[in-house]
Ligand binder design. Structure first.
Ligand code: 0WD
Length: 263
C-alpha cells in the first residue's frame, strides 16, 4: 500500500493551483506525509500570500521562502528542517526558470547570462538542495525532480531549457550514484506538457498539447494529479529498488517515432 505516514516531505515550486508541485503536494498529503512548502519570495510578498492561502488545506508544518539562487535562504530552510523536523524523508524539486528570450529564436543567439541563469536555477539547484538534504535524510530518503523530453530531443521553443533539463537528468544520475550508500534515492519524472505559469512562457504550449493529444498512445496529455501519483510512488517504499531513473509520465508520447507522420 502506498503509505507515507510519518514521512517529512519538503515541496518546492508551488506557484499557483496549476503548478505540478501543487499536484504532487496534494498526493503526498493524501498518502499521509507531513508537508513543508517553500515559495519563491518576491518584493511585494504576493507569492507568499497566494501560495500560503493555496496550501492551507494541507496544514503545512513548514512554510519558508526559498529562492534557489540565494544561499542564505537555502541554508535557512535546511537549518529550520533540522530544528523543527529533526529528519527529512522526501525532497520534491519542481522548479525551473529561463528568460523568455532564451526560449525561442536562433539557438546560436543564446547569451552567456541567459545560459548561466537557466542552468543555475533549473539544474544546479537540484544538487544544491540535495547537499542540504543529505545530512537530514538519516533514515534514507527520496528526491524527485521534474524534467522534460526537451532535454533529450530537440523541441521547438525549448532551447536553453533543453540544455538545462539535460544537465538536470545527468545530475540525477550522479546524485543517485553518490547518495545510494545513504539509502537516498534520486529520480526524475519527465512529464508531458501541462498548462502552467512556467509552460506558458514556452511558445505554443497549447499547440504542443494538441499535438500530444493526436500522437500519444493514450491520445491525451497528462494531469498534475497523474504526475503527483507517480511522484508519491517514487517517494514511497513501493519504489525502493528504483534510483537514478527518468520515469516518463507523458501518456506514452516518448515512445513514438516519426511523430506526426500520417500513412
Ligand atoms: O508542461 C509542463 N508544465 C512541464 C513542466 C512539463 C515537464 C516538466 N515541467 C517541469 C518544469 O520545467 C519545472 O521544472 O515541472 C517543473 C514545475 O513547473 P510547472 O509546474 O510547469 O510551473 P510553475 O507552476 O510555474 O512552477 C515553477 C516555479 C516558478 O514559478 P514561476 O512561473 O513564477 O517561474 O518554479 C519556481 C517558481 O515558483 N521558481 C523558483 N523557485 C525558487 N527559486 C525559482 C527560483 N529562483 N525560479 C522559479
Amino acid at each position: 500500500m502506498l503509505d507515507l505516514t510519518g514521512k517529512n516531505a519538503l515541496v518546492t515550486g508551488i506557484a499557483n493551483n496549476r503548478s505540478i508541485a501543487w499536484g504532487i503536494a496534494q498526493q503526498l498529503h493524501k498518502a499521509g506525509a507531513n508537508i513543508g512548502v517553500t515559495y519563491l519570495p518576491d518584493p511585494k510578498g504576493r507569492f507568499e500570500k497566494k501560495v500560503g492561502e493555496l496550501v492551507k488545506p494541507l496544514n503545512p508544518s513548514l512554510f519558508l521562502p526559498c529562492d534557489v539562487q540565494n544561499e542564505s535562504q537555502i541554508e535557512a530552510v535546511f537549518e529550520t528542517i533540522g530544528q523543527k523536523w529533526n529528519k527529512l524523508d522526501i525532497l520534491i524539486h519542481c522548479l525551473a526558470f529561463a528568460d523568455k528570450n532564451d526560449l525561442s529564436g536562433e539557438f546560436t543567439n543564446l547569451s552567456r547570462e541567459g545560459f548561466t541563469k537557466a542552468l543555475d536555477i533549473s539544474a544546479y539547484s537540484l544538487t544544491r538542495l540535495a547537499k542540504g538534504a543529505k545530512p537530514l535524510m538519516t533514515d534514507g530518503g527520496s528526491i524527485v525532480t521534474l524534467t522534460y523530453l526537451g532535454g533529450v530531443k530537440v523541441v521547438p521553443n525549448y532551447n536553453v531549457m533543453g540544455v538545462a533539463k539535460s544537465a538536470l537528468d545527468m545530475s540525477v544520475r550522479y546524485l543517485a550514484a553518490e547518495l545510494g550508500s545513504n539509502n537516498i534515492r534520486v529520480n526524475a519524472i519527465s512529464a508531458g506538457p501541462i498548462r502552467t505559469l512556467a509552460s506558458s512562457a514556452v511558445g505554443g504550449i497549447l499547440d504542443m498539447i494538441h499535438h500530444v493529444e493526436k500522437i500519444a498512445p493514450l491520445r491525451r496529455t497528462v494531469t498534475q494529479t497523474e504526475v503527483g501519483n507517480a511522484a508519491a510512488f517514487l517517494c514511497s517504499d513501493l519504489s525502493s529498488g528504483i534510483t537514478g531513473q527518468v520515469l516518463y509520465v507523458d501518456a506514452g508520447y516518448e515512445i513514438m517515432g516519426m511523430a506526426g507522420f500520417v500513412s
